[in-house]
Structure formats: structure tokens, C-alpha cells
Design a protein around this ligand. Structure first.
Ligand SMILES: *[C@@H]1O[C@H](CO)[C@@H](O)[C@H](O)[C@H]1NC(C)=O
Length: 447
């Protein structure tokens, strides 16, 4: 009885110490970004935090009528839902069916055009928050401890600033790591960090490094958001007697089934992580956004084969599926082999693995972590609240000028010292030379 009582007390103590009961405001987002955010919000609620989510009236994926354990804070926007849907449709069509037939200049012009309209719509949405006196007054009164946002849609940093609360981002990447580099001051030398969505890996030859530098530079000019919407209708187009079509399937469960041999995927982040988690090799048919980039990385690891949506044929898709199920991934590993010293060629066969072996290796690495990603996300949100914005994590690079950042001042200093020493050496030598030779000539003259 006593033991039970003390266990109860202990549990109670644990419960109170683990839930700090903070108030968290969550920025609106869309599509997979919203799907990924929800489990973290659930866990935050589990841990006793009060979670409030901003939802614009014209949201494609958020539904404030949906039963949930967090609160919704709906707000009105002047853009229609149809306007958002139309733009998304246009962007998808561009990425899936037009881009392969356009030159770089045309792609660039179209891309900027779409991004500009997107930004205009997003800013009108933002009006609904920051320009609404009623809403801002209400949010201020709530005294939130933190704003949690996926920066896909702009304005969360502005709102956090106005509300005077710390901000935590949940971000997979930005185009060419632009936000990470410009806003986070994260170092990303283009010599070995491939720009996100450049379709390059970290092993680049000279021409690829040249392209990477240009890619960074080009994307730095066009900074914007890219959104995606999955058209599962596409899958219905390829029908066969051994194919079953569902409007929705529990993809994660299916990938976890021991009989699953291969995964034909559009290459979205969630899908490839699920495939890596369960160790299923992939045939990627990337369509838009980060999908091509994701699949290039999977291919480089010997875990996938890529098919081009516009140029693939029934035969090529069939061959690709056969290949990842039956063949060894020689190509992907030849690159690894080439990087080895000469003697390694003797062990040629030890570098050839099946696609299954390669993806299982990725899976083992993926599972080997100190805590679950969900716990990690919640940890950092709570960490930032506990330390009032965690200013100590801000890198010193923010305080440096560009020439200090590249240590050019130090370099200049060393070069100056070197030049000075060379100058001294030169002067000493010429002085000695003059003394020695000069004396000889005078002596000879005297003789
Ligand atoms: C929003 O959720 C409610 C309640 O679950 C549901 O009845 C409604 O159909 C949903 N709306 C949309 C647009 O999905």
C-alpha cells in the first residue's frame, strides 16, 4: 500500500515536472507541412501545453471545423480559396508537363511569374493577421510564450516580432538553402554543400561545382516559396489486372509490410523517409518541388532508380521495377569505388550491393538516434521557451563583416607581415652586398 502510494506520488511529480504548461501560437501552413506539424502539436498538448493554431479562411488543407485537441483561431482573408487552388494548379502543370520542353530562360521567367503571384496572395493572407487590429489585440492579450511556424508561408517572423515572443521554425530546407544561409547565417560553402534542389550531391567535379555556385547565385536573386499538391488521380491512369487503385491508402503501413518489394513514388520528402524507415527500394517519378532533388540523393545512395515523367515508357518503368528488385546497384557504387585508392579495385565485388541492401543500410542509420524526431522537435520548442528564445545558440557570424567572415583581415595581416619581412631581408642583403663588394672595389683601386 505504501509502495503504491509512493509510486503515485512519484508519477505525479514526473507529470508536473514534464509539463510546463506553456502557451504556444502556431502559424498557418499548408499540405505536407501541416501534416508534419500536427503530430508535434499533439505531443505538445500531451505534455500540458496550450496550443492555438491560426487558420486563414482560404486554407486548402487546414479545417478549423475538424475535431482536434488544439484550439483554432480562424481569421478572414481577402483572397479566395479558388485563387490559391488555381495558382497551385498552374505551378503543378508547369513543373510536371512544361518544364522539360522549356529553355532555362523560359523556366526562369515563368517561375518568377508564379512566385510573384504566390507571394502577393500570401501577403494578402498575412494582412488578415498583422493588419487586423482585433486579432492582434487578441493575440497580444493571450500572452503566448512562443510562436511555432513552418516558414513556407511568410510573416511568422514579423508576427513574433510584433508580439515580442520567441520563434521556432520547423523547416526541411529552403531553395538553395537561401533562408538558412541568409537568415540563419549557416555556413554552406558551394564547394561541397549542394544547393537544395540543385540535383547535385556533395561529391562534385569542377563543372558541377561551377553550376552549384551559379545555382546559389541565381536562387539568391529569386527567393520564394514552393508549394506542392499531390494529384493521386495520376496513378489511376496506369491500370492493370494486378493493380488496385485507392483514393487513399495507409502508405506507411503498406511500406512496413514484409512482402513490399518496391515503392513507386513521386519522391516527396515524407514518402522517401517512410521508404527509408522501412527499407524499401524506390522507383522515383519526380514531378515538382524537391522531388527530383530527393530522388537524385536516393539514386546516389544506390537505393533508387529514377524515371522521367515525360519520357518514360511502359517498358522502362517495368525494367526499373525489375532492376530495383533483382539487380545489384553497380552504377551508384562505381562512384564510391572510383574514390577508393587503386588497390581497392581488387575488391570490386564488395562494392556491388543490391538496392535492398543499400536501402537497409540507410534504414539502420535512420533508426539509430538518441530520441524520436517527434520528441526532438518538442524538446527544442520547450528548450527555446525555457531559455527565453535561446539567444546563446545564435552564431557569432551575425556580428562579423563579410571580410571578417572570410578571415580576409587576418590574411591581409599575414601578407603585410610577410611583405615586411621580405622587405627587411632584401634591404639587409643589399646593404651587406654593398659593404662587401663596395669595399673590395675601393681596396683594389687603392692597390
Ligand atoms: C471540415 O471538418 C468538418 C468536421 O470534421 C467536416 O464536416 C467538413 O467536411 C470538413 N471540411 C472540409 C472542406 O473538408
Amino acid at each position: 500500500m505504501e509502495l503504491r502510494l509512493s509510486v503515485c506520488v512519484l508519477l505525479l511529480l514526473c507529470a508536473t515536472s514534464s509539463s510546463n504548461g506553456g502557451k504556444i501560437l502556431v502559424w498557418y501552413t499548408e499540405a505536407s507541412h501541416w501534416i508534419n506539424m500536427k503530430p508535434v502539436l499533439e505531443t505538445l498538448v500531451d505534455r500540458g501545453h496550450q496550443v492555438t493554431v491560426l487558420v486563414p479562411s482560404a486554407s486548402m488543407f487546414m479545417n478549423s471545423s475538424e475535431p482536434s485537441r488544439f484550439q483554432y483561431e480562424p481569421f478572414d482573408v481577402s483572397v479566395s480559396l479558388e485563387a490559391f487552388e488555381e495558382l497551385l494548379e498552374e505551378f503543378n502543370h508547369f513543373s510536371m508537363y512544361e518544364i522539360d520542353y522549356m529553355n532555362y530562360f523560359q523556366i526562369y521567367i515563368k517561375y518568377i511569374d508564379i512566385m510573384r503571384t504566390d507571394l502577393q496572395n500570401n501577403l494578402k493572407t498575412l494582412d488578415g493577421v498583422v493588419k487586423s487590429e482585433t486579432l492582434m489585440k487578441k493575440l497580444k492579450k493571450e500572452n503566448f510564450d512562443l510562436l511555432f511556424a513552418d516558414p513556407l508561408l511568410p510573416g511568422s517572423d514579423l508576427a513574433a516580432d510584433i508580439l515580442g515572443i520567441p520563434l521556432v521554425f520547423s523547416l526541411r530546407f529552403s531553395l538553395a538553402h537561401n533562408w538558412e544561409r541568409m537568415c540563419g547565417q549557416l555556413p554552406a560553402p558551394p564547394s561541397f554543400v549542394p544547393g537544395a534542389m540543385s540535383k547535385l550531391t556533395d561529391k562534385m567535379d569542377f563543372s558541377e561545382r561551377l553550376w552549384n555556385v551559379l545555382f546559389y547565385a541565381l536562387q539568391d536573386v529569386v527567393i520564394d516559396n514552393v508549394m506542392w499538391k499531390m494529384l493521386d488521380k495520376y496513378y489511376s491512369e496506369v491500370k492493370g489486372s494486378n493493380t488496385r487503385i485507392f483514393s487513399w491508402i495507409p502508405q506507411n503501413d503498406l511500406l512496413g509490410h514484409p512482402k513490399t518489394k518496391a515503392f513507386i513514388t513521386h519522391g516527396g520528402t515524407n514518402g522517401i523517409y517512410e521508404a527509408i524507415y522501412h527499407g524499401v527500394p524506390m522507383v522515383g517519378i519526380p514531378m515538382f518541388a524537391d522531388q527530383s532533388d530527393n530522388m537524385v540523393h536516393m539514386k546516389a545512395k544506390g537505393a533508387a532508380v529514377i524515371q522521367n515523367l515525360n519520357f518514360m515508357t511502359t517498358e522502362s518503368l517495368r525494367d526499373a521495377i525489375k532492376m530495383i528488385i533483382n539487380d545489384k546497384s553497380i552504377l551508384a557504387n562505381l562512384n564510391t569505388l572510383k574514390a577508393q585508392p587503386y588497390g581497392a579495385w581488387k575488391h570490386f565485388y564488395s562494392f556491388i550491393h543490391s538496392y535492398k541492401e543499400n536501402v537497409m543500410r540507410l534504414s539502420r542509420i535512420h533508426h539509430d538516434r538518441p530520441m524520436s524526431p517527434r520528441d526532438e522537435a518538442v524538446f527544442w520548442i520547450e528548450f527555446t521557451m525555457r531559455h527565453k528564445g535561446a539567444k546563446h545558440l545564435r552564431v557569432q557570424a551575425h556580428e562579423l563583416t563579410w571580410y571578417q567572415y572570410h578571415s580576409l583581415d587576418v590574411l591581409t595581416f599575414f601578407i603585410t607581415i610577410d611583405l615586411f619581412l621580405i622587405f627587411i631581408l632584401f634591404k639587409t642583403c643589399s646593404f651587406c652586398f654593398q659593404r662587401c663588394c663596395g669595399r673590395k672595389t675601393t681596396k683594389r683601386k687603392a692597390e
